[in-house]
Ligand binder design. Structure first.
Ligand SMILES: [Fe+2]
Length: 284
């Protein structure tokens, strides 16, 4: 949070920005607020917090930023973090008890962040989806193979699931074509704004091919805040403007720096994507 301004004033400002979300969430039986669809808040089961006290700090920060629901999505990577639905659900129950005891008004839901490598199909027989939904959060390896990504997304859809690709803005392979001179592109986009989004580009980039298959996309608030550098921030804003995101998340691993990142990311997400992303933060 910014120095010199009260935490309450800043939280009120963020919550005011997302006022329309409150009614939607209040219908689901949890306190009004935002939904974090991607968070490594569970202690000791991946590269997230190493202790419950660190998890509680993350939880308190999310609560202060206006969140009411958090999907706990530890990595599931064969040979690295082989988490199972049973492990995640037990960890969610245990942490929820600690949150309740601490008076933190966050509802935790189970989830997972599956790695789109050659082992991914093995996990489709008993997947941990986002809560009780059909959505399954997946991530690309840093040097993902486009054909394998497409095959895995198709396998998830064939299994009756709705894949949600985590933070595509962080991987260059998913970036739409550069906008060139800017002015010409914007004029063209204005003139063709009623056409499908990939009509703006001469060749269909991987992201749009996945979208056509039925894949959803989750943006990281930290990307919009500049946490991963200017290139990622620019692509994130571009995807916001194109209305590609269906879900958003903190992707929080540690409490350090989380408060300011959330504040900045929420404001940019709202200002850049309000027109193109009517489903900002709404439960899927
Ligand atoms: Fe993650």
């Amino acid at each position: 949070m910014e120095a010199g301004r009260g935490v309450d004033a800043q939280v009120n400002e963020i919550q005011a920005v997302h006022k329309p979300l409150e009614a939607k969430n209040s219908q689901s039986g949890v306190p009004a607020g935002l939904i974090d669809f991607h968070c490594h808040i569970l202690p000791g089961i991946d590269d997230g917090p190493g202790s419950a006290s660190e998890s509680l700090k993350i939880a308190r920060t999310l609560e202060l930023a206006g969140f009411a629901e958090v999907y706990c999505t530890p990595h599931c990577i064969k040979g690295v973090w082989e988490n199972t639905p049973a492990i995640v659900r037990r960890a969610v129950r245990d942490l929820q008890v600690l949150l309740d005891e601490a008076g933190i008004l966050l509802k935790l839901r189970p989830g997972m962040e599956y790695y789109l490598d050659e082992f991914f199909p093995q996990f489709l027989t008993d997947p941990q989806t986002l809560g009780d939904s059909d959505y399954i959060l997946v991530e690309s390896p840093s040097r993902g193979i486009p054909d394998l990504i497409k095959e895995n997304i198709f396998a998830a859809i064939r299994a009756g699931l709705k894949p949600v690709l985590a933070h595509p803005e962080r991987h260059a392979m998913f970036a739409p074509q550069k906008e060139g001179s800017g002015v010409l592109f914007r004029v063209k986009r204005l003139l063709t704004r009623h056409r499908p989004v990939d009509a703006h580009y001469p060749a269909k980039p991987l992201l749009f091919a996945l979208s056509d298959m039925g894949c959803c996309f989750q943006g990281n608030l930290g990307s919009f805040a500049g946490r991963y550098g200017k290139d990622v921030q620019q692509v994130g804003k571009q995807l916001l403007a194109l209305g590609m995101y269906t879900h958003f998340g903190s992707d929080a691993h540690q409490p350090a720096g989380l408060s300011s990142m959330l504040e900045k990311g929420l404001i940019i997400a709202d200002s850049e994507g309000a027109e193109g992303c009517p489903a900002l933060f709404a439960a899927g």
